[in-house]
Design a protein around this ligand. Structure first.
Ligand SMILES: Cc1cc2nc3c(=O)[nH]c(=O)nc-3n(C[C@H](O)[C@H](O)[C@H](O)COP(=O)(O)OP(=O)(O)OC[C@H]3O[C@@H](n4cnc5c(N)ncnc54)[C@H](O)[C@@H]3O)c2cc1C
Length: 520
């Protein structure tokens, strides 16, 4: 017989297999032949931190608890007559390709950047030489923005699909099975590259194609239907449909689409700063313990959200034990983001702290149509770059100084490798953003004693929270509303935010294409 039991145990018991096993045997109330944790979460609301566990127990002589996931078997599609061109090898593109294969369609994946190994060298050079290669950086290359990302895998949007499908595929390609049980699953930027490579290998082994350093520059459209793409070297690649999964950093893609008359619309997004605290301080606050997290607990997380003058102000993509990185994709822009390795062991905690912006908020951008928000964020990124002496050395200000509108005389050590300089972020940011952030920080400081502190610094600019453009598509078929055969997918299309939701969206597009290719 198999049954589920719930346990509430101390962090030490949860982390010590022998102690946990004793607890399971005690609570199960029957002979235990085998057991597995199926859900795990940290309850840090009170001083005594509790780990909540759901445990599946098998009690019969021959019973065992089955593994948490069933691997998908992918057929050989090398001879398939159905072909789909997938532009972009980020989570949306790669998961779309896997789903195409599962459905018997041959994917041809085109990626402007390099494979992860070559990309890793470019990123090391970026941090050393403070120069961004516009085709190989934290946003472009195998795995997209998802490769050297933090790899947090929780998504709030469960309406559109099943996150477990994506997590299972990640496990199948090398991720730890813990991501299937943790309430806040995380992979880490040290493990993601290997997983992305394994996904590429599955695609190739099954007869799909993955072409690096191949940028799609133009859609080939005949009588209102897309037939393929033209790449940067002038080649034409044809397919029954095109999945456009180019992420939201590829601004040239939006401009090329506009040139070709593809309908798009402006979309709201959020802009602000990266906030970096010492991790020990966040541990003390979140675990209500001056001694910090101790031996058994993970680096603590936080999540803040409030309203200030009619706009949301919130923490975004929090990276416990992480580092701040230069995540621009063009040569003259200053953009920061955050990531952490699987151990989350750095001495810093960072998160985006951003203010919601809507079309119409900056009247000087009225009349820019679909590019209203894109132009706004691009101008801000360029302004930050210019004011930083044409470099990605980033401006920073201590948190309390920012709220009080004061100079920071010096800065504490930071994880940001290209370096920081003291700046008045309260003046560099547009007043619309700065005022609301100051207001939000005051509120967060009241909610969490010690959070609003000069031990923390703001680093600018955090501007790639989501797409500034939406490529409208039919709700049912996910096909572009005007151009047949064009499936805008993932974050760049404006229908996803984050690794899991982008992957889900890519898979949904593949399914819809498969339906449309069934002969009637
Ligand atoms: C530093 C950092 C940390 C992050 N941390 C997290 C996190 O912890 N959790 C989370 O859920 N999300 C995180 N994100 C966001 C996440 O990475 C994105 O939401 C996700 O990658 C979006 O997937 P996508 O496939 O839609 O687009 P992308 O990942 O942006 O992929 C698009 C791909 O298309 C390629 N491309 C663009 N234009 C062309 C073209 N013309 N021709 C061919 N190829 C092209 C690009 O090179 C890129 O590889 C992070 C992002 C960054 C930068």
């Amino acid at each position: 017989m198999i049954k589920d039991i719930s346990l509430r145990v101390s962090p030490e018991i949860a982390a010590t297999p022998e102690l946990l096993a004793q607890k399971v045997y005690g609570v199960a109330g029957c002979k235990v032949n085998d057991w597995k944790i199926v859900k795990r979460s940290v309850d840090a609301r009170k001083r005594d931190i509790i780990i909540n566990l759901a445990v599946r127990v098998a009690s019969g002589e021959d019973d065992i608890v089955p593994s948490g996931y069933v691997p998908v078997s992918f057929p050989d599609v090398s001879a398939s007559e159905r072909k789909v061109v997938v532009v972009g090898a980020g989570p949306a593109g790669l998961f779309a390709a896997l789903e195409c294969i599962r459905l018997g369609i041959k994917p041809i994946v085109l990626e402007r950047g390099k494979d992860v190994d070559a990309r890793r060298l470019d990123i090391a050079a970026l941090n050393r030489e403070r120069k961004i290669d516009p085709e190989s950086n934290y946003c472009f290359g195998e795995g997209g923005a998802g490769t050297f990302s933090d790899g947090k895998l929780y998504t709030r949007s469960k309406k559109r699909g099943n996150p477990t499908e994506v997590l299972s595929l990640l496990v199948q390609h090398g991720a730890d099975e813990n991501i299937l049980i943790d309430s806040h699953p995380h992979i880490g930027s040290d493990r993601l590259p290997g997983i992305m490579k394994n996904i590429r290998q599955t695609i190739i082994n099954c007869g799909g194609e993955v072409r690096f350093l191949t940028r799609a520059d133009r859609l080939l459209i005949e009588s209102g239907k897309v037939t393929g793409v033209e790449t940067s070297d002038g080649s034409k690649i044809y397919g029954d449909a095109v999945i456009l999964a180019t992420g939201h950093s590829a601004r040239d893609v939006y401009r090329n689409l506009a040139r070709d008359g593809v309908k798009m619309e402006a979309k709201g997004l959020a802009v602000g700063v990266r906030l970096e605290h010492p991790q020990r301080l966040i541990d003390r606050i979140q675990y209500h313990n001056p001694a910090g997290r101790g031996r058994w607990l993970p680096a603590a997380e936080y999540n803040f959200v409030t309203q200030a003058d009619g706009r949301g102000v919130y923490s975004f993509c929090m990276c416990p034990g992480g580092v701040v990185v230069a995540a621009g994709s063009g040569p003259e822009e200053l953009v920061v983001n955050g990531m952490s390795a699987s151990a989350r062991s750095s001495i810093w905690a960072n998160s985006g702290m951003v203010v919601e912006l809507r079309p119409g908020d900056f009247p000087e951008y009225d009349g820019r149509g679909e590019f209203e928000m894109l132009d706004l964020v691009e101008d801000l990124e360029k302004k930050f770059y210019k004011e930083s002496n044409d470099s990605i050395t980033a401006p920073a200000q201590r948190m309390k100084d920012f709220v009080e509108g004061k100079d920071s005389k010096n800065l504490p050590p930071s994880s940001y490798l290209p370096g920081l300089y003291e700046a008045r972020m309260d003046k560099m940011l547009p007043p619309f953003i700065a005022r609301r952030l100051q207001n939000g920080f005051r509120q967060f400081g009241r909610k969490a004693d010690g959070f609003l502190t000069n031990e923390a610094i703001l680093i600018g600019l955090e501007s790639r929270t989501s797409s500034p453009v939406r490529i409208p598509r039919d709700k049912e078929t996910l096909c572009h509303i005007e151009i047949k055969g064009l499936y805008p997918a993932g974050e760049g299309a404006g229908y996803a935010g984050g690794i899991v939701s982008a992957a889900i969206d890519g898979m949904r597009c593949a399914r819809s294409i498969s339906q449309s290719l069934i002969p009637t």
